[in-house]
Design a protein around this ligand. Structure first.
Ligand code: AMP
Length: 194
């Protein structure tokens, strides 16, 4: 079983690399952003609450987010058997602690944290391009700036947290998609033979 967190600033390529990892290792992809966007498009109660935060570039409160993740894990027991790619979760230290506990209760743990490190100047351009191509509502310049502030204040401390846990693997995300992926793969293959 291989549980991997794909970590990085908004626009760092988490979704792109996660897609490639699913194919390579047969892992189940959980993107909390995608889960929330689906709720928003279906107009659920959770979707309404989520939209009020996402549209402002803010994080959904930890307690609610942890509950959402636990529901996804509990509702997909077969799919998560080979392991999970966590994309966009955790985003705060309390979420990381809750994830550790949730996985321990399910007799498993985080094996690796892939940290996609991308120059700040490139992130904004990438998100603006994604917004133009996909129509994703929070990929507009005002919300992007807020999301980057939130990342620096609330999410980036997780880099240190997972370094201390001996799980953080820094990956230079300023390269082509395939080059980045082969770098990630060589790191994860080493974890698998251990
Ligand atoms: P993403 O698709 O991962 O960029 O997430 C889009 C938005 O969903 C974020 O800007 C947050 O508002 C919200 N979101 C996604 N994951 C989380 C999380 N783990 N904690 C809090 N908010 C989240």
């Amino acid at each position: 079983m291989l549980n991997v967190i794909v970590f990085g600033a908004p626009g760092s390529g988490k979704g792109t690399q996660s897609e490639k990892l699913i194919n390579q290792y047969g892992l189940h992809h959980i993107s909390t952003g995608e889960v929330l966007r689906e709720h928003i498009s279906k107009g659920t109660e959770l979707g309404k609450v989520a939209d009020s935060y996402i549209s402002k570039g803010q994080l959904i409160p930890d307690e609610l987010m942890v509950k959402v993740l636990a529901d996804v894990l509990d509702n997909n027991p077969g799919k998560t058997a080979n392991g999970v790619i966590f994309d966009g979760f955790p985003r705060t230290i309390p979420q990381a602690k809750a994830l550790k506990q949730m996985l321990a209760e399910r007799h498993t743990r985080v094996n690796a944290v892939i940290g996609l490190e991308v120059d700040e100047d490139d992130l904004i351009g990438r998100m603006l391009r994604r917004g133009a191509e996909s129509g994703r509502a929070d990929d507009n310049i005002d919300t992007i700036k807020k999301r980057l502030d939130v990342y620096h204040n609330q999410t980036s401390p997780l880099r240190e947290y997972y370094l201390q846990e001996g799980k953080y693997i820094a990956v230079d995300g300023n390269r082509g998609i395939d080059e980045i992926f082969s770098d990630i793969k060589s790191h994860l293959d080493k974890k698998l033979v251990k």
